[in-house]
Design a protein around this ligand. Structure first.
Ligand code: GDP
Ligand code: MG
Length: 201
């Protein structure tokens, strides 16, 4: 049995994260857990790129539509449609507007269980209800009700891949292989080596 210490995940600091001047804070939250930054760039995404990104997983649109319909129903509001695909399409349109309103920072992080660990540090989709101690829970208060009332995407600072399969496809969309750097961190010896030796002189 081995463990995936070279697992990778895609993280994007969305335009609101840049505008809130949280770049350093967000990177610090991931860095301090022991994972390794292997690629980073600032860019202005196109609408085409955003659409491609969210449609990489063929089930995402239906899932996000179902999640959205459930949140409308929970509030006792009639959803704009009962068809999850139609509601998913509406979310895609809102995301295109959100992601293209300013620069974003795309990053690849590497380490054991990195997809799961990054999602845990990031927090859930709705900042209002996600845990204190997560980035979304600590730095933003947006909610389904605010976003739906104003007909916009939920502003939650960050995108992070949901699964290992999703991360591979997303990394390939945002980075070329030569933009990802393979290197060692001294701390990896402490994090991953079987024996901690060579510490005492
Ligand atoms: P994530 O993986 O937690 O980012 O969530 P999803 O992949 O399900 O959704 C992608 C992004 O779409 C979220 O981060 C939000 O910005 C936005 N979003 C998701 N669901 C809804 C919704 O029901 N309403 C609105 N307005 N935006 C949503
Ligand atoms: Mg997602």
């Amino acid at each position: 049995m081995t463990y995936p210490k070279t697992e990778r995940t895609l993280v994007i600091i969305k335009p609101d994260g840049i505008q809130r001047t949280l770049i350093g804070e967000i990177i610090k939250r991931y860095e301090r857990v022991g994972i390794k930054l292997v690629a980073i760039k600032m860019l202005l995404p196109t609408e085409e790129k955003v659409e491609k990104h969210y449609l990489l997983d063929p089930s995402w649109k239906k899932n996000v539509g179902e999640k959205s319909i459930a949140s409308y129903e929970k509030k006792g509001i009639t959803p704009p449609s009962t068809d999850p695909i139609a509601v998913g399409n509406m979310v895609v349109e809102k995301l295109k507007k959100y992601f293209t309103c300013g620069p974003v920072i795309a990053m690849v992080w590497e380490g054991a269980h990195v997809v799961e660990v990054v999602r845990k540090i990031t927090g859930g989709t709705e900042p209002r209800s996600t845990d204190v101690g997560t980035i979304r829970g600590d730095f933003v208060l947006d909610s389904y009700i605010m976003a739906d009332t104003d007909d916009r995407a939920i502003r939650n600072l960050i995108h992070a891949s949901g699964t290992v399969d999703e991360s591979a496809a997303e990394i390939a969309l945002w980075f070329t292989p030569n933009e990802i750097i393979e290197y060692s961190l001294i701390q990896e010896q402490i994090l991953y080596d079987v024996n901690i030796d060579g510490v005492l002189e």
